[in-house]
Write a protein that binds this ligand. Structure first.
Ligand code: UD1
Length: 369
């Protein structure tokens, strides 16, 4: 059995890494049958600090194939991945394509594989924000509709899929592969010297990330978010590792953004540095998907600056609070949490570090022999 495992953008790497490990373990166990996999990087993210650093930190082999697509509009990027992936699959036909998450690479490779008659397994299926202005929501809905095997992180995702008419036999609730990586690498965060590097060794801080187009592509939006962060930084240090998409807009603000002593902007960080900062943060403010899940597992308070979340379990069970997109509300909620009024949470069902083993076991049950 030959599988292609697709990665493309930063949040894919921590999801694919444990799946590769579980495949390797199964390969060493001869009773699992003859398994081969190819790791294919579309090249959607290409900077060293958005891509390469993760391969060494997550102890992943370098990609066997790099399609080298780079940036473009939604259609350009998706189309170029499809053209190059189709060529590769036609010349090297796989038995299965495994895609993770909700990025353009996930969508592009799913459509291409299914049209070539190759079944697709989607890891992290069924998440829904019900907000079609998010490119990721379109990617999720289309990928799930086309996939043969849908591996979910939470029970609400199973229900979303069933409501869309996906037969129960295709849905497998397995837990969260991103959390497999978190548990495995948490002990290694002691190797990170990030706090010394940014001068916050014994200082409490708030950790921030923003990269959603709806928050950062518009100058006025990002400016009012930065103003809110400056307000928070008058009380506590604020650390903001900036995504390239966000940095390009901040750079264009020029003199329109003055900064503040307590607000520290850095470039994108590697996994261990970021995890180390997240673990010890007094509060995390974000519009990311995965960070809502990681903070829930770490028990760190998280304020999500969005109107909706495709990960409701982090709100109903975890430490996440959906604050909406009013910067004044963000400041109020941040001060509330920093006064010690924290929301307690628990770790969702099956977020136990073993999701990737369940996935590979299921795949082998179907294709292994
Ligand atoms: C993508 C995913 C998003 C994910 C995010 C995490 C889609 C639709 N979006 O958004 O789901 O949460 O990654 O990072 O797939 N850029 C660089 N260097 C890089 C990568 C990108 O400078 O290594 C620049 C690009 O030139 C582009 C911008 O960042 O201008 C956005 O990149 P893109 O891949 O389009 O989407 P993201 O916003 O990163």
């Amino acid at each position: 059995m030959k599988a292609i495992i697709v990665v493309g953008a930063r949040p894919n790497f921590m999801k694919a890494a444990p799946i590769l490990r579980a495949f390797d373990e199964a390969r060493n166990d001869r009773s699992s049958g003859d398994i081969e996999y190819v790791l294919l990087h579309t090249g959607q993210h290409y900077d060293d600090n958005m891509s390469k650093v993760f391969f060494s930190e997550l102890e992943m082999p370098p990609p066997d194939i790099d399609l080298g697509v780079g940036s473009g509009t939604q259609a350009e990027q998706t189309a170029l991945i499809m053209v190059r992936f189709e060529k590769y699959c036609s010349e090297n036909p796989p038995d299965l394509v495994v895609v993770v998450g909700d990025v353009n690479s996930t969508l592009a490779c799913s459509i291409t594989a299914v049209k070539l008659g190759v079944p697709v397994a989607h890891v992290e299926a069924g998440l829904r924000s019900y907000d079609r202005s998010m490119p990721e929501e379109i990617n999720r809905v289309v990928t799930d509709a086309l996939s043969e095997h849908l591996f979910t992180t939470s029970r609400d995702a199973d229900e979303n899929l069933k409501k869309e008419g996906i037969p129960s036999e295709k849905i497998h609730f397995v837990g969260n592969v991103m959390i497999d990586t978190l548990y495995r690498l948490l002990p290694k965060t002691s190797m990170s010297n990030i706090r010394a590097r940014i001068g916050i060794e014994n200082t409490p801080y708030v950790l921030v990330t923003f990269h959603r187009p709806s928050n950062v592509d518009d100058r006025e939006n990002i400016k009012s978010i930065l103003d809110a962060l400056v307000k928070i930084s008058e009380k506590i240090k604020v650390i903001f590792p900036v995504h390239p998409r966000t940095m390009s807009v901040i750079t264009r603000l020029g003199a329109g953004f003055k900064g503040a002593d307590g607000l520290k902007l850095t470039g994108p960080l590697g996994y261990l540095d970021f995890l180390s900062l997240m673990r010890d943060a007094s509060l995390v403010v974000t519009d990311s998907g995965g960070i809502q899940e990681e903070t829930t597992v770490l028990g760190v308070p998280c304020l999500t600056f969005r109107e909706n979340t495709e990960r409701p379990v982090t709100v109903t069970e975890g430490t996440n609070i959906l604050v909406g997109t009013d910067p004044r509300k963000l400041v109020d909620e941040a001060f509330f949490v920093l006064q010690g009024k924290k929301k307690n949470g628990r770790i969702p069902e099956l977020w136990d570090g073993k999701a990737s083993c369940r996935i590979v076991r299921k795949i082998l049950e179907i294709y292994g022999k």
